[in-house]
Structure formats: structure tokens, C-alpha cells
Design a protein around this ligand. Structure first.
Ligand code: GSH
Length: 241
């Protein structure tokens, strides 16, 4: 009897546990589409399915995105995306160690700074403390200028030049949401700031199917975020301080 090996096995199904309102899950959704990977989407109801034993057995953190690929379970959006690149190839991760390092530095900065500053400013009620509101706004503006320069100084439409990479994908879902939510709830309009490279980047991503297919509509963002802001959700889950 012939021995089976990895080459003659049927391709393993990739199960993708996600929620369409979750920006972290959207990161992996974009990567799946960009890499042309076939996947089985399973939408998880947050606060319900993710509190069940079967989901906790997959991912003890109870978060989306989570993928199951054969026997391998991976979670944490940035880790999922690196796994997808390592297993399926493609060019979302740069080919040199130096550029991969830059991509990882930007991905980590996205969560540690941009997301935190964006949601902290969004969640802050100006009426409670105007000086703090001004401070949060200027910290966010400073970060936006940093990102604008990061694209401009490197040259090209994306964070690592002319090709989309995982670094861009880390930021995309958050920019899509912030663009709408900050304008609606804080009257803070990205288009009014002098951010030429970021504006060109936003324009470039708006033309990618992976980004438009997976994005929440402006109306959904406004509805969901109005509810979240009422519940002080972003502070409660720790993305805003
Ligand atoms: N650091 C995680 C964050 C994932 C995360 O927080 N996802 C949220 C939804 S946007 C979640 O699943 N929360 C669990 C819950 O609400 O119980 C990642 O990058 O994947």
C-alpha cells in the first residue's frame, strides 16, 4: 500500500471564524482574499458563540479572528496573517528580513498607538474635560502625521512601496472605521488634515476588492459605534484608555 504524504493529501479546509463587524477579523479576511485562499466562513456571534465551550476549546481568548486549518488552530489577527503567508506563499510579506522587520514594527505600532489613540479620542466626551479632549486630538494628529511621513519617506502608495503588504492590512479596517466614526461623533475629518500620503493610501485601498468587499458600510459603522459609545465599550474592552 502506498504511503500517504503531504503531496497527495487533499487540501485541508481552512475554517475562518469571524464577525463582520470586527476590525481584527477583517484583517484576516482581507489577507484570505488577497492571497486567493479558499475558506469556509463561520460567523461567530460575539458575547454568545465565543463564550461557548466549543469555541473556547479552539481559542481560549474567545476572540475572532480564529482559523482552523487541518489540526492547526491560530488566532490573533497579526499572527493569523503571518501564518497564512507562510503556508500559502504570495507576496503580502516582504521578501527581505529588513523589510519584514519594518512591516512588523508598523503592525505593532498600529495596535499599540494608532488604534489606542483613535479609540481613546473617539470615546472621550468633550463636555467632561475639554483640555483632555484637545490633548487626545493632538496626540492622534501627531500619530497620523507620523504615519503619513512613514509612507511618504519610503516612497510608493503603500507602507512598503508599491505593493500591498500585511503592514497595510493591519491598518485598513481601523482607518475605514475611524474615517466615518471620527467625522460623525467628533467632527474630526481626516480629509481636512494635511496628510497627502495617507490620503493617497486611502484612495489606493478603496480601489481594492479585498478592502471594499469586507468593509462595513458608513451606516453600519454609525449604528454600531453609536451603540458602543453609549456602552463605553471601547474603554471596557481596553482599546481606549
Ligand atoms: N488582539 C486580537 C483582538 C481580537 C478581538 O479583540 N476581537 C474581538 C472582536 S472585534 C473579540 O473577539 N472579542 C471577544 C468578545 O467580545 O468577547 C487580534 O488581533 O485578533
Amino acid at each position: 500500500m502506498a504511503m500517504s504524504n503531504s503531496l497527495d493529501r487533499a487540501p485541508e479546509t481552512l475554517h475562518f471564524y469571524f464577525n463582520r463587524n470586527c476590525p481584527y477579523a477583517q484583517r484576516s479576511w482581507i489577507a484570505l482574499i488577497e492571497l486567493g485562499i479558499a475558506y469556509d466562513p463561520i460567523e461567530i456571534e460575539l458575547g454568545k458563540d465565543n463564550k461557548t465551550d466549543w469555541f473556547r476549546a479552539l481559542n481560549p481568548n474567545g476572540t475572532v479572528p480564529t482559523i482552523k486549518h487541518g489540526e492547526t488552530v491560530v488566532y490573533e489577527s497579526l499572527v493569523v496573517n503571518e501564518y497564512l503567508c507562510e503556508v500559502f506563499g504570495g507576496d503580502l510579506m516582504p521578501s527581505t528580513p529588513a523589510n519584514r522587520a519594518r512591516a512588523r514594527i508598523l503592525m505593532s505600532r498600529c495596535d499599540a498607538k494608532f488604534v489606542k489613540l483613535g479609540y481613546s479620542y473617539l470615546s472621550h466626551q468633550r463636555g467632561e474635560d475639554e483640555a483632555k479632549d484637545d490633548q487626545l486630538r493632538s496626540q492622534l494628529e501627531e500619530e497620523l502625521h507620523f504615519l503619513d511621513n512613514a509612507i511618504g519617506n519610503w516612497g510608493g502608495s503603500y507602507f512598503l512601496g508599491d505593493a500591498l503588504t500585511l503592514a497595510d492590512i493591519a491598518f485598513i479596517p481601523f482607518f475605514q472605521r475611524m474615517n466615518v466614526a471620527l467625522a460623525s461623533f467628533k467632527n474630526f475629518k481626516l480629509e481636512n488634515l494635511n496628510l497627502p500620503h495617507l490620503h493617497a493610501w486611502l484612495e489606493a485601498i478603496s480601489h481594492r476588492d479585498s478592502c471594499s468587499q469586507t468593509q462595513m458600510s458608513a451606516q453600519q459603522i454609525e449604528e454600531v459605534y453609536a451603540r458602543f459609545l453609549n456602552l463605553d465599550y471601547f474603554k471596557r474592552v481596553g482599546v481606549a484608555s
